[in-house]
Ligand binder design. Structure first.
Ligand code: GLU
Length: 467
């Protein structure tokens, strides 16, 4: 059987990590089985759906690299088809017009609550047939009254619900627009979705959707309901736990692979392995290995993963992502060393690309001020002399490379009878503005001769103003 999965977000906000994990699991399942992955935008709620949110979803999918084989499809383009199916259900007696007023339904609900019964529609219009009132009716699905529905859930195992627990749900509102459960069913059927992989907040909808599919004579897909994601405090993950939007993780300096790796481990495991390349995820992913219970979001783990990916990914790849962050700082990467070299120099000490970019600004742009502590410690009268000597030496260099520069620093320390730090640290503060940078030879070779000389001159002048 060829496999088709889909990701079906409602565009009512940004793409959040829960949605992204659903998308990833659906994508992995399709990729693993040589199947098809569809993106379907469920935008029938006209009041809450926005184009901005559609864009955010598309941007998030593209940043994560979750490519789709078909779509994006928009449910708002399928209204005719939904109408057709609603008509079909009416004609075959599996749906009916309901004329009950809001007030009537409200009263019913109050009574049921008072009797400690589960609020549900009492089926008043179910068999009454034909229009009765001068009121636009809704259309309800005629749910079977007897028997049970069993969801053969690939994650949670069989879940059985008695039909008498299920309402005759509204499939078309009084204004004729179809409701969520109807549109999902029609699209899953038309798109020949074989595996519905989604959050377990949809479990209550599944038996209803299965009944509609049965009424339509459609083949039932397999279902896999994913456990929810919890914040560190055990409550359902939400905005108050910090970043939950996929693009916020991009902004905060995460690599997409690190986020994907983090997401795949939210509710899925493969032995003790923590780090998975995309290929490994595809190879090892099984819905059967998805946890039944909720999984907790652990920011520290994500940060650790990100650092691993920054250190171990192809520096050219990291550089492409770093470029965006450098651009965000208003810097043109063309004004300094190749980003790939910056990545190699900074990757051990940078847990995020935001950190890496911030720590690399001085390669491209003059800094405004020196770090105060670093100045106190390293810009002494003696250091003015050291810097002047270094300037002389560096000015004469014809081949600006790390090895040569290292030698100059070491030799000068020796000649002046100083330990290496007394030479390297003032030099570091002079060229970077602070006492933290990659190895001094690496720093200088990345900075280039011209900037190095100019910054040493500037530091000398600055030291003179201090003393
Ligand atoms: N549009 C639904 C949502 O965003 C998902 C529907 C589904 O996956 O069946 O929650």
């Amino acid at each position: 059987m060829s496999i088709t999965t889909r990701f079906a977000p409602s565009p009512t906000g940004y793409l959040h990590v829960g949605g992204a994990r659903t998308a990833l699991f659906s994508w992995l399942y399709a990729r693993k089985h040589g199947g098809k992955f569809i993106l379907r935008i469920e935008d029938t709620d006209l009041e809450r759906s926005t184009q901005e949110s559609v864009n955010a979803i598309l941007e998030g999918m593209s940043w994560l690299g979750l490519d789709y084989d078909a779509g994006p499809f928009y449910q708002t383009h399928h209204f005719d088809r939904y109408k057709e199916i609603i008509q079909q259900l009416l004609v075959q007696g599996d749906a009916y017009y309901c004329y009950c007023s809001k007030e009537e339904l409200e009263q019913l609900r109050t009574e049921q609550m008072a009797n400690k019964e589960k609020p549900r529609y009492n089926g008043k219009c179910r068999d009454s047939g034909g229009p009765q009132l001068d009121r636009e009716p809704v259309i309800r699905f005629k749910n079977p009254v007897d028997g049970v529905v069993t969801i053969p859930d690939l994650v949670k195992g069989d879940i059985t619900v008695a039909n008498k627990e299920l309402d005759d749900l509204i499939i078309a509102r009084a204004d004729g627009t179809p409701t969520y459960n109807l549109t999902v069913v029609v699209d899953d059927m038309d798109m020949k979705v074989t595996h519905v992989i989604r959050g377990d907040d949809h479990i209550n909808n599944t038996p209803r959707q299965m009944n509609i599919l049965k009424a339509l004579g459609a083949e039932l897909p397999e279902y896999a309901h994913l456990p929810m994601i919890l914040g560190p405090d055990g409550a359902r993950l939400s905005k108050r736990h910090g970043a939950v939007s996929v693009m916020q993780f991009r902004d905060d300096g995460y690599l997409p692979e690190a986020l994907l790796n983090f997401l795949v481990r939210l509710g899925w495991s493969h032995g003790d392995q923590e780090i998975f390349s995309i290929d490994e995820m595809v190879e090892y992913f099984e819905l059967e290995d998805v946890n039944v219970s909720a999984s907790a979001f652990n920011m520290e783990k994500l940060l650790w993963l990100n650092h691993q990916y920054i250190m171990n990914s192809d520096p050219a790849h990291v550089a492409r992502h770093l470029s965006w962050h450098i651009g965000q700082l208003g810097i043109d990467p063309a004004d300094g060393p190749a980003l790939i070299e910056v990545v190699k120099a900074q990757r051990e000490r940078s847990k995020t690309l935001v950190e890496m970019a911030a720590a690399s600004v001085y390669f491209y742009k003059e800094f405004d001020s020196y770090d105060e502590k670093a100045v106190k410690k390293n810009f002494t009268t003696g250091s003015e002399h050291v810097l002047a000597r270094l300037h002389d030496e560096f000015a004469g260099v014809t081949e600006w490379n790390g090895e040569k520069l290292h030698q100059i620093v070491v030799n000068l320390a020796e000649t002046m009878g100083l330990n290496l730090g007394k030479v390297a640290q003032p030099l570091r503060v002079a060229v970077c503005g602070s006492a933290v940078s990659p190895a001094i030879d690496v720093t200088l070779s990345l900075l280039g001769q011209e900037k190095t000389l100019a910054r040493i001159e500037k530091a000398i002048n600055y030291i003179r103003t201090l003393n």
